[in-house]
Design a protein around this ligand. Structure first.
Ligand code: ADP
Length: 467
C-alpha cells in the first residue's frame, strides 16, 4: 500500500491559504536577515544537485525554525522527496512519493504560485495525517521554481498550532527563491556536465572509428604495395623470356620474308614493350616505397630533358594533332639531380597532358626561377595543357598509387589515346622522384569538364643546388 503523504502534500480539500499579511512582515531580526544572506551565499557555491536539497533544509532551519521539513520535487505526475530533516528513522521515508491530486496543497501552491499556510491541520477540511508520523499541527508549504514555473515545494511543520508567523512565510518564500536559483544552477551544471561526458564519449567513439578506418586504409595501402611488388617481380621473368624469344623470331629470315608475320610480330613486340614499361613502373614504385630509389646526382639542364621528351613523344603529338611549346627554359640555371629519374617525371606528366587533352590541343612546358619559403631557390617547371581538367577534390588523390579518375572500361592499349587511362602509377612515381630530389609536385586545375576543357597545370618545384 502506498504511504499516506497528506502531511506533505495536503488533503483532498484545499486547506486555508492565509497568504501573507503585509502589515505583519518585514520585521525580521538582523540575525535572521544575516542568516538568509549567508544561506543564499552558501547555496550558490557549486553544490552538487544531489546534496543541495539537504543543504537547503539545513540552512532554512536557521532562517525559519521548524520541527520536520522536506523538499519535494515534481516529476511528471508525482512529487518525489529529495531531502528531509527531522523525520523519524523509518525505511518508508526514503520511498515517499506523492501522486499529484487536484485540490491538494501542492496543487494550490502550483496554481496560485503562492505559499500555503495551515495553522492547525486537524481543523483543515480533508487533511489526513500520515499515521506513522507524529502529529504536528502547523504546516507551511512554499513553492520552488524552475524556469518560471513551480517545480516543487518545501514542506515545513511544527508541533504547536499557529506556530508559523506571516513573517516566517515571507522569510521561507524569500529563502525558497534563492534555493530555486541554486537548484536550477546545479541542475544546469549537471546537465552541462552530462552533456560534456556524452560529447567526450562521442569523440572517443569517433576517434576509435577513425583509428579503425585508418588501420583498414593502411592495410589496404599495404595490400596494394604488396600486390604491385609481387606482380612486378612475377611478371618480370616470363616477360624477359618472351622478349628474348621474340628477338630470335624477329631475326628469322623466314619470318622477315612474310609481311603478314612481320606485321603480327610488330604488334606483339609493341604489346610486350608496353608491358615491360608497366612492369618497370611497378618496380620503380616498389623502390620508392621501400626507400630504395637510388638518386645519382649530376648536373642537369631541365631544358635538355624537356627537349628529349618533346622529341620522344613527337609521334604521339602528331598522332593526336597536338602542339607542344617549350617556353623560357633555356635561361634556367642547371640543377643537381638524376637525369634518368627526372626524365621519368617529365615523361609521366607530359604523357598525361597528351592523354587528357583532346586532339588538336596545346601543351606548354615552361620554366621560371622562384624563391620558395621552405625549399629556397628553386626551378619551377610548369606543364600546362588544354585538356579536360581535374576537379579540385582530386588534385591530391591523383598522386595516390593505382588512383584513376576515369573508368577502367575506357582504358585502352594505346599509350597516348584520348582519356586512355593507365595503371595509375605515373604521378605516384613522379612525386616519389621529385620528393627524392627534395622538391614538390602538385596539380592545379579549375575543374573537370570535357566540354569546355579548362586544362590542367602541373607544377614541379626542384631546388637549385641540392643533392
Ligand atoms: P594513369 O596511369 O591513370 O595516367 P597517373 O598517376 O599518371 O595514372 O594519373 C592519375 C590520374 O590523374 C589519371 O587517371 C587522370 O584521371 C588524372 N590526370 C593526370 N594528369 C592529368 C591531366 N593532365 N589532365 C587531366 N587529368 C589528369
Amino acid at each position: 500500500m502506498e504511504p499516506k503523504t497528506e502531511e506533505l502534500a495536503g488533503g483532498t480539500e484545499a486547506p486555508i491559504n492565509k497568504g501573507i499579511a503585509p502589515n505583519r512582515v518585514g520585521q525580521g531580526s538582523p540575525q535572521v536577515v544575516e542568516a538568509l544572506i549567508q544561506a543564499g551565499r552558501k547555496l550558490s557555491t557549486g553544490l552538487k544537485p544531489d546534496e543541495l536539497p539537504a543543504r537547503i533544509l539545513e540552512h532554512l532551519a536557521a532562517v525559519v525554525p521548524y520541527e520536520r521539513g522536506s523538499l519535494l520535487l515534481q516529476e511528471g505526475e508525482t512529487l518525489r522527496i529529495a531531502a528531509q530533516r527531522g523525520f523519524p528513522e523509518d525505511d518508508r521515508v526514503g520511498s515517499l512519493s506523492i501522486p499529484l491530486r487536484e485540490g491538494d496543497v501542492y496543487y494550490q501552491i502550483a496554481t496560485s504560485v503562492q505559499p500555503v499556510l495551515v495553522d492547525d491541520v486537524t481543523q483543515a477540511p480533508g487533511w489526513q495525517q500520515v499515521e506513522w508520523l507524529p502529529l504536528n499541527l502547523s504546516w507551511l508549504g512554499v513553492p520552488l521554481f524552475s524556469k518560471d514555473r513551480v517545480a516543487g515545494m518545501v514542506s515545513l511543520t511544527r508541533r504547536e498550532s499557529g506556530a508559523f508567523s506571516p513573517e516566517d512565510v515571507l522569510l521561507a518564500s524569500t529563502f525558497a527563491m534563492q534555493a530555486s536559483v541554486a537548484l536550477e544552477n546545479a541542475l544546469l551544471y549537471e546537465e552541462i556536465t552530462r552533456f560534456n561526458q556524452q560529447l567526450e564519449q562521442m569523440v572517443q567513439q569517433r576517434t576509435e572509428e577513425l583509428r579503425q578506418a585508418l588501420q583498414t586504409l593502411e592495410r589496404m595501402d599495404k595490400n596494394k604495395s604488396d600486390f604491385i611488388n609481387v606482380a612486378a617481380h612475377e611478371l618480370r621473368t616470363p616477360l624477359t623470356v618472351m622478349r628474348g624469344y621474340l628477338g630470335m623470331v624477329q631475326a628469322d629470315a623466314a619470318i622477315r620474308g612474310n609481311p603478314y608475320l612481320v606485321q603480327a610480330l610488330e604488334g606483339i613486340l609493341k604489346g610486350s614493350q608496353r608491358l615491360h614499361e608497366i612492369v618497370n613502373s611497378m618496380l620503380d614504385l616498389a623502390r620508392i616505397e621501400n626507400q630504395m630509389l637510388e638518386v645519382r646526382p649530376e648536373v642537369v639542364a631541365l631544358s635538355t630533358i624537356a627537349k628529349r621528351v618533346q622529341a620522344d613523344y613527337s609521334g604521339f603529338l602528331a598522332e593526336r594533332k597536338q602542339e607542344m611549346q617549350l617556353v623560357d627554359l633555356e635561361g634556367l640555371p642547371v640543377i643537381r639531380g638524376d637525369a634518368t629519374l627526372l626524365l621519368k617525371v617529365f615523361q609521366n606528366v607530359v604523357i598525361n597532358a597528351i592523354k587528357y587533352t583532346p586532339d588538336g590541343g596545346d601543351i606548354t612546358i615552361s620554366g621560371r626561377l622562384v624563391q620558395d619559403e621552405q625549399l629556397g631557390k628553386c626551378v619551377e617547371i610548369l606543364v600546362q595543357d588544354t585538356g579536360i581538367g581535374i576537379d579540385p577534390e582530386h588534385h591530391e588523390l591523383i598522386f595516390e598509387k593505382l588512383y584513376s579518375t576515369g573508368e577502367v572500361a575506357l582504358h585502352s592499349s594505346g599509350k597516348a589515346s584520348f582519356k586512355g587511362g593507365g595503371p595509375g602509377l605515373g604521378l605516384t612515381i613522379a612525386r616519389g622522384i621529385v620528393e627524392a630530389h627534395g622538391g614538390r609536385i602538385w596539380a592545379d586545375s579549375a575543374r573537370h569538364d570535357e566540354e569546355s576543357c579548362p586544362g590542367s597545370r602541373f607544377h614541379i618545384l626542384l631546388p637549385v643546388g641540392t643533392r
